[in-house]
Design a protein around this ligand. Structure first.
Ligand code: ZN
Length: 204
C-alpha cells in the first residue's frame, strides 16, 4: 500500500477549530480510510508523537491514531514515567469516539501538541476515562484507560471537537520547549504550581 504524504497543520488553520464529521462503517472498511490510517501512523512516527488526529492533517474526520512506543520511554526518567502513570500503548485507531471521565480525580502535567509546535503548558485532565468508539476494523470498542493513556485519549478526542490544549491550559504555565527544558523540566508539578502561583483558583 503506498502511503499518502500528510502534513501536520499548525494552530490558526480553521480545520483545527471545526467539529469533525463521523465516519460510516462502510467508509472505515474502504481502502481510502485504511490508507489514511496507515499514513497517519507513519506521520505520527515521523513527528514523533504519541497521538495524531485527522484534523491535524487537514481532514475534519472523527478519526485519531494513538501509539505510545516503549522506545520513547528510554530517555524518560523512571520517576517521571511513574508519576505520569505512563506505560506503552500499542498502535490503534479511535473512530467516532464518545468519552466520559471515570471518577473525579484530576492530574496536571505539561502537555504539548504537534499542531502547537514548540510550546508546552500545564493541563489538568481526568485521571481515568472510558471511551466508546469504533476501531480501525469498524468494530465497537470500549476502552478504559488511566494515567498518560487517558490524557492522550482526552487530547486527541478534543481535536475531533475543535478543541486544543491551549483552551484548557493553565495560561501562566505556557512555555517554549526551550524554556521548559531550561527552567521546568524534571521539577515536581507541585513545585511548579507554587512557583507560578497556580494553587489558588481565585487568582485575578
Ligand atoms: Zn494535539
Amino acid at each position: 500500500m503506498s502511503l499518502m504524504k500528510l502534513e501536520i497543520v499548525q494552530a490558526g488553520n480553521p480545520v483545527l477549530r471545526q467539529r469533525a464529521r463521523p465516519l460510516s462503517v462502510e467508509e472505515i472498511r474502504d481502502s481510502e480510510i485504511r490508507k489514511l490510517i496507515e499514513s497517519m501512523r507513519a506521520c505520527m512516527h515521523e513527528a514523533p508523537g504519541v497521538g495524531l488526529a485527522a484534523p491535524q492533517v487537514g481532514l475534519a474526520l472523527q478519526l485519531a491514531v494513538i501509539e505510545d512506543r516503549e522506545k520513547y520511554h528510554k530517555d524518560v526518567p523512571e520517576e517521571q514515567l511513574r508519576e505520569r502513570e505512563r506505560r506503552p500503548v500499542p498502535f490503534h485507531a479511535i473512530i467516532n469516539p464518545l468519552i466520559e471521565a471515570i471518577g473525579e480525580e484530576k492530574t496536571e502535567f505539561f502537555e504539548g501538541c504537534l499542531s502547537v509546535s514548540g510550546y508546552s503548558a500545564l493541563v489538568s485532565r481526568a485521571r481515568a476515562v472510558r471511551v466508546t468508539c469504533l476501531d480501525e476494523n469498524g468494530q465497537r470498542q470500549i476502552i478504559e484507560a488511566s494515567g498518560w493513556y487517558a490524557r492522550i485519549l482526552q487530547h486527541e478526542i478534543d481535536h475531533l471537537n475543535g478543541t486544543l490544549y491551549i483552551d484548557r491550559m493553565k495560561t501562566r504555565s505556557f512555555t517554549s520547549m526551550e524554556n521548559w527544558a531550561e527552567f521546568w523540566k524534571g521539577k515536581p508539578v507541585s513545585a511548579i504550581q507554587s512557583q507560578l502561583e497556580l494553587e489558588s483558583s481565585g487568582r485575578f
